[in-house]
Design a protein around this ligand. Structure first.
Ligand code: FPP
Length: 231
């Protein structure tokens, strides 16, 4: 969800007003995905590198996350959305961690959209974390190194049990992954748009979905093999 700061600057406003506008976009897109029966949506709200931003901006973002959680959680529940947070959450203040836990518990039996919010998240952290868990199992004698394969590994990274993303969307013009779901994006279709996140409307979402609909997903096979399979 990139481009909040630039959106604000273009209007002569503080960066935080861009984050506030970005939050409105987030609400609209979550709602649109739920309505369109999309199975899972994962949003990158705060990277492990975002702590390096000015203290004031980090503090205001934390306030926004806390207020957003408090105000939105019952609506998520009512819309059958299950929310979870991925990332190293122990770095956050206690009341924010409590709200995350509360939202996860409240919505855990919901069966609609699987909404994941990546906070203090990094793709490399995720992979290292999984490797550490597997190493512990080997040390305890419950796992043999030769039994570690991609399926075992997938069960230990964040979002275990949720299918890998079909589509990655990055707003704001940059064409990079920025340490997002590195393990999960192996075969994901990548969509980059110059639109800034606060301007990313449902129409923009449709443009991204149309792009996806036009892709041929080969997963290593030839184009002919894929076409024959669907013929
Ligand atoms: C990146 O834009 C955006 C962020 C680091 C924060 C994302 C937060 C939100 C969209 C609002 C709240 C979301 C939730 C889930 C409550 P940037 O600041 O890097 O923009 P720039 O590249 O234009 O400076």
């Amino acid at each position: 969800m990139d481009g909040n700061g630039r959106w604000a600057r273009q209007r002569g406003r503080q960066r935080t007003s861009g984050h506030q506008a970005g939050f409105q976009s987030t609400r609209d897109i979550v709602e649109a995905c739920a309505r369109q029966q999309i199975e899972a949506l994962t949003l990158f709200a705060f990277s492990s590198e975002n702590w390096n931003r000015p203290q004031k901006e980090v503090g205001l973002l934390m306030d926004l996350f806390l207020r957003a959680l408090k105000s939105e959680v019952s609506k998520l529940y009512d819309n059958n959305i299950r929310i979870r947070f991925i990332g190293e959450r122990t770095a956050f203040q206690a009341n924010l961690q409590d709200e995350m836990e509360r939202a996860e518990q409240l919505t855990r039996s919901n069966t609609g959209l699987n909404l994941a919010i990546a906070v203090n998240y990094g793709g490399r952290w995720d992979i290292v974390n999984a490797a550490r868990q597997l190493a512990v199992q080997v040390q305890e004698g419950t796992l043999v190194p030769g039994d570690i394969d991609t399926d075992t590994f997938s069960r230990h990274v964040s979002l275990a049990g949720i299918p890998d993303p079909d589509l990655f969307i990055r707003t704001g013009g940059e064409k990079r992954i920025s340490n997002y779901l590195l393990w999960h994006l192996a075969y994901t279709e990548l969509y980059f748009t110059d639109v800034l996140w606060p301007d990313f409307s449902e129409i923009e979402l449709h443009n991204a979905l149309n792009f996806y609909a036009g892709r041929q997903r080969r997963f290593g096979r030839t184009g002919e093999q894929v076409t024959e399979k669907h013929a």
